[in-house]
Design a protein around this ligand. Structure first.
Ligand code: NAD
Length: 265
């Protein structure tokens, strides 16, 4: 018996990193999975993004767990594409119980030196993309009449400021406002909405040449309270598994840090 037997989860940004780890964690508990990912490069993103091969690898790993998995190449910025992801999930599985709005991009520059393109792309992916994902899925959750759970991946940058990443920080705070509003709007339907706030996580978003250079310039900036340099994707997956399971059935509207004590420093 898994904690999520019979449930269906949509995970954005599921080609690699945390999204892939969430897919495997939820599948191990019995959920069938729909992953979507842009699986292509966005020009203003200063490190390599996921590829179609990454997306296929997530499918293979979920299927190895004897769960069903559909992958859709889709851009969270595009409402029509996100509606198509939700419709594909309904067509194949007939229900959507869980949405993990996890897709995101990062980048660094002083607030006054960001280009318009860097700012606009960040807002489009990390804030508008989360809203588009929710907007596409929520009508199906409501129509299903079984409740549901939405978890948005914010960041410690959604709880405090960080020099050098105003656009990222603004989006990660922005999704907290979206989450709090959705939690109120969706409570009558027994749909719960929460955010998770990871500290640095060992994924290709931060483990790359560009980020190594940025972090070397400010070594103290990302020091955790607990003695760990970075947490692992599964640490975020475990918190999300709890949030989407019945163990957290009356938890909604919360900002859950998984941050090795980073935000209380
Ligand atoms: N890695 C960290 O240190 C860290 C810390 C805090 C929060 N986060 C957040 O965690 C989430 C997951 O990031 P990760 O660490 O797994 O990084 P990652 O780069 O490995 O994964 C992010 C995935 O999102 C996909 N994506 C990006 N833009 C997209 C779009 N427009 N449409 C669809 N898919 C898109 C990418 O292709 C990639 O596969 C992000 O929201 C990120 O901001 C990461």
């Amino acid at each position: 018996m898994g904690k999520l037997d019979g449930k269906v989860a949509i995970i954005t940004g599921g080609a690699r990193g945390q999204g892939r780890s969430h897919a495997l964690t939820l599948a191990r508990e019995g959920a069938d999975i729909v992953v979507c990912d842009i699986a292509a490069q966005i020009d203003t993103v200063p490190y390599p993004m996921a590829t179609p091969a990454d997306l296929e690898e997530t499918v293979r790993l979920v299927e190895d767990l004897d769960r069903r998995c559909i992958a859709v190449q889709a851009d969270v910025r595009d409402g029509a594409q996100m509606r198509a992801v939700a419709e594909r999930a309904m067509g194949e599985f007939g229900r959507i119980d869980i949405l993990l709005a996890n897709a995101g991009i990062a980048g660094f520059a002083s607030a006054w030196e960001l280009t318009d393109e860097q700012w606009n792309d960040m807002i489009a992916v990390n804030l508008t993309g989360v809203w588009q994902s929710c907007k596409a899925v929520i009508p199906h959750m409501i129509a299903g009449g079984r409740g549901g759970s939405i978890v948005i991946t914010s960041s410690t940058a959604g709880l405090k400021g960080f020099a050098g990443s105003a656009h990222y920080v603004a989006t990660k705070h922005g999704v907290v406002g979206l989450m709090r509003t959705l939690a109120i709007e969706l409570a009558p339907y027994n749909i719960r909405v929460n955010t998770v706030h990871p500290t640095g996580v060992n994924t290709p978003m931060v483990v790359n040449d560009y980020m190594r250079e940025v972090l070397a310039a400010s070594p103290q900036a990302l020091t955790n309270l607990l003695p760990v340099e970075m947490v692992e994707p599964v640490d975020i997956s475990n918190a999300i598994l709890w949030l989407v399971s019945d163990d957290a059935r009356y938890v909604t509207g919360v900002t859950l840090p998984v941050d090795a004590g980073f935000t209380v420093k």
